[in-house]
Design a protein around this ligand. Structure first.
Ligand code: COA
Ligand code: MG
Length: 309
């Protein structure tokens, strides 16, 4: 089983050349080079060529590289798609998906643009219609859109389009977040939580990361480097959890437990399904550990209050 950690997924404006460069040293699992909302209309062309050059140049190591293009109904979308298809990112992130038909269209265009078979599609789930069509959109991964692999929650656009407010606890968003999560899981997709805008509020951010972890999200999209370290920590199993997982696996591997569905471990019932969950925990922890070794030497950006200028 191959596994890519997607705990921390950092957006950066494609128009910010320094950020594209700095990304090569950040301890993130994935990078989203944005051509859409973070880029001013006057800077769209510059951003497209800058991002394309940076991706071709590479140097991002184990970090997954994703380009978010403008929607195909905008003046920039088509050229973005063509540039992204040939620059060699791991994935293209499509904004404002409404239905599976959008994916059929994108797959068709990517084929014509000569995109590699390895190129994945990530979908922004951020329109009211997409919330209602989430199951069908995710199911497209098994039919018309084999490239589809990740849902990215666009909570700012959801708030804008629905009128729902982004308040602490996100009560209004929960039905949509969990619907998209179920749709993703039912179809073998990963799902990454929306951004936390108030990046100077460390406590609020930590609470929202923990909420995303409890919901079952793979990770969270981020807007600022200071959000990376706490996010990675929250979305990683603790050393005790990994140890406990190894104990459960070892217990079920004992010959005397070979034919048992449930056993007793330290006074608690443990079922075979817990052993499966434990194996997943260990696979993820090992993948994260392997990744940490590969990025050793990279310096993490210090929290806001530790930075000098
Ligand atoms: N990716 C990479 N580097 C980033 C970054 C990001 N998302 N956000 C900030 N930085 C860098 C800055 O360039 C700056 O670098 P420097 O010290 O080398 O000059 C450093 O981190 C400190 O930045 P800071 O001064 O705290 O913030 P800012 O005022 O420059 O930027 C934002 C604030 C919100 C504009 C910026 O964080 C940003 O553009 N975030 C991403 C927005 C985005 O992509 N949105 C689309 C999806 S929601
Ligand atoms: Mg959006």
């Amino acid at each position: 089983m191959t596994f890519r950690p997607r705990r921390s997924v950092l957006y950066m404006p494609g128009s910010n050349a320094l950020a594209l460069d700095k990304a090569r040293t950040l301890n993130v699992d994935a990078l989203i080079f944005d051509l859409e909302d973070a880029v001013d209309p006057d800077a769209k062309e510059t951003a497209r060529s800058q991002v394309s050059d940076a991706v071709k140049q590479g140097g991002y190591g184990p970090r997954e590289v994703v380009i978010r293009i403008n929607g195909l109904s905008t003046p920039w979308g088509e050229a973005d798609l063509e540039a992204a298809a040939t620059a060699g990112p791991d994935a293209i992130l499509i904004p404002k998906i409404f239905s599976p038909d959008d994916l059929t269209d994108i797959e068709d265009r990517l084929r014509k643009a000569g995109a590699s078979d390895d190129l994945a599609l990530w979908a922004m789930m951020e329109t009211p219609l997409a919330m209602l069509n989430a199951g069908q959109i995710a199911a497209a991964a098994g039919t018309v859109s084999p490239r589809l692999s990740v849902f990215v929650m666009g909570t700012n656009d959801l708030a804008k389009e629905t009128g729902a407010r982004l308040v602490p606890g996100r009560a209004a968003m929960l039905p949509w977040l969990m619907t998209c999560l179920a749709a993703a899981r039912a179809n073998g997709l990963d799902i990454v939580d929306g951004v936390y805008n108030d990046f100077a509020n460390e406590e609020g951010f930590a609470a929202e990361c923990a909420q995303g972890m409890d919901m079952g999200m793979n990770g969270k999209t981020l807007i600022h480097p200071t959000q990376i370290a706490p996010c990675n920590e929250t979305f990683s199993a603790s050393a005790e959890e990994v140890e406990r997982a190894r104990t459960i696996i070892a217990a079920f591997d004992l010959p005397e437990n070979a034919n048992k569905g449930a056993i007793q471990l330290d006074g608690r019932m443990v079922e075979r399904l817990h052993a499966e969950m434990a194996r997943r925990t260990v696979v993820i922890a090992d993948a994260i550990a392997a990744r940490a070794i590969e990025t050793t030497g990279s310096h993490e950006t210090l929290p806001l209050h530790h930075r000098s200028g």
